[in-house]
Design a protein around this ligand. Structure first.
Ligand SMILES: NC(=O)c1ccc[n+]([C@@H]2O[C@H](COP(=O)([O-])OP(=O)(O)OC[C@H]3O[C@@H](n4cnc5c(N)ncnc54)[C@H](O)[C@@H]3O)[C@@H](O)[C@H]2O)c1
Ligand SMILES: [Zn+2]
Length: 363
């Protein structure tokens, strides 16, 4: 299956479930040189499948710390030493860390060379490999240095999910639930009907859901590449989720934090706007099924969390910006904008209400 993105100057193709070795082999024939960037975990599991003649394999240490200037610079220098030129290709084979880093290397080396993403984590499959955001972290915060840069092609193989830990699957499921809430009730329904472990067993449903998620991300990003307004719907759960991640020094994983973020942001939508009690409860219940409300925060930390939300690059003054659901499958617009600004003291009230009434309670 090929999806073409024609909105930006660079259109790209997405292939589904192709033979990895053959795909890599074909790429090495098309380019002068090809480098595959991966992390040590992914390499260990898939080294046989990526053992292709003519492929330079560059390994990085797994984890968020590799999204750094130091690692990026060492990759740049290695590629230049190997005489990569503008007719060369970089393949990012791994999770979101590998994808963001390889994307940024490809975007900047020799002022930009071709890039292919082969995402292997569920987050990378449904989210980070699509949309053209690449980058590294700064001492001042996550993802603050980077560039918008689309790949030439993306290969989505759902077989990679089989080797993921349940924790990593949960991180991806959090984003999938987000897609259900913001745009597609059918995704939400499938997850409601499935059992907790379906990601390991139900290939047809998995492929169906993955395609739907990717379609939502492409459609949204195509219409608003630089996040003027519509793209912000993808931030549902993230205003609060990011603040929790940052405040607890990235001790909790992203999907776990946005799980709690989606729960509280749904409470905001329910309390101040039109999200019904029924839909609010369905969202909490689904998050609970996949253990996505285990991360919490202390009452004493609420002010610090609100400070982080204000300092978030998307916010200004003492208003905090959110994207909120009006019902499952559809996002709210006020004055024709998806970005909704709410006063800090109102958010504080809701966060306290959440802790008092909804945290860890059976619905
Ligand atoms: N560019 C974007 O639009 C965007 C969107 C969302 C997230 N991100 C970024 O993505 C990163 C998070 O992504 P992630 O969760 O994939 O992180 P990750 O790349 O660290 O992968 C998570 C873990 O899973 C392992 N792994 C990956 N694929 C595997 C497989 N098939 N089998 C076994 N283990 C596997 C990795 O080695 C790692 O230990 C963050 O840095 C985040 O900022 C970017
Ligand atoms: Zn996210």
């Amino acid at each position: 299956m090929i999806i073409k993105n024609t909105a930006n100057d660079q259109s790209y193709k997405i292939y589904f479930n192709m033979n990895l070795k053959k795909y890599l082999n074909d790429l090495t024939k098309k380019y002068y040189k090809v480098a595959l960037i991966t992390d040590e975990n992914v390499y260990k599991i898939y080294k046989e499948k990526i053992n292709v003649r003519g492929l330079d394999i560059l390994k990085i240490k797994p984890g968020e710390k590799s999204k750094s200037f130091t690692v990026k610079n060492s990759l740049d220098e290695k590629l230049l030493e190997k005489k990569f030129n503008r007719n060369s290709l970089i393949i990012g084979f791994g999770g979101g860390v590998v994808g963001d880093l390889s994307g940024y290397v490809a975007a900047t080396i020799l002022r930009g060379i071709d890039l292919v993403h082969i995402p292997t984590s569920l987050i990378a499959i449904v989210d980070s490999s699509i949309g053209g955001k690449t980058g590294i972290n700064s001492k001042n915060g996550k993802n603050l240095i980077g560039s918008f840069y689309n790949p030439r092609e993306i290969l989505i193989n759902s077989e990679f999910i089989r080797t993921l830990s349940s924790k990593e699957i949960r991180q991806g499921l959090s984003e999938i639930i987000k897609y259900g809430v913001i745009k597609n009730e059918e995704i939400f329904n499938i997850l409601e009907k499935s059992n907790k472990f379906f990601m390991k067993n139900e290939k047809n449903n998995i492929d169906k859901i993955i395609k739907k998620c990717i379609k939502i991300k492409i459609d949204t990003v195509e219409k608003d590449f630089k996040e003027n307004d519509l793209r912000s719907i993808l931030n549902f759960g993230h205003t609060i989720g990011h603040a929790i991640e940052k405040n607890y020094l990235y001790k909790f994983s992203h999907g776990d934090c946005i799980g709690t973020g989606m729960a509280i942001e749904s409470l905001i939508a329910h309390n101040f706007y039109k999200l019904s009690t029924k839909d609010f409860k369905r969202i909490l219940k689904l998050l609970d099924k996949f253990e996505l409300r285990k991360v919490s925060f202390n009452k004493d930390d609420i002010d610090n969390l609100l400070d982080s939300m204000e300092m978030d690059k998307k916010n200004k003054n003492s208003l905090i910006t959110f994207s909120l659901p009006t019902k499952i499958g559809s996002m709210m617009k006020i004055k024709n904008k998806h970005k909704i600004e709410i006063k800090r003291n109102l958010i504080k009230k809701i966060m306290i209400k959440y802790l008092n009434e909804f945290k860890n309670k059976e619905i």
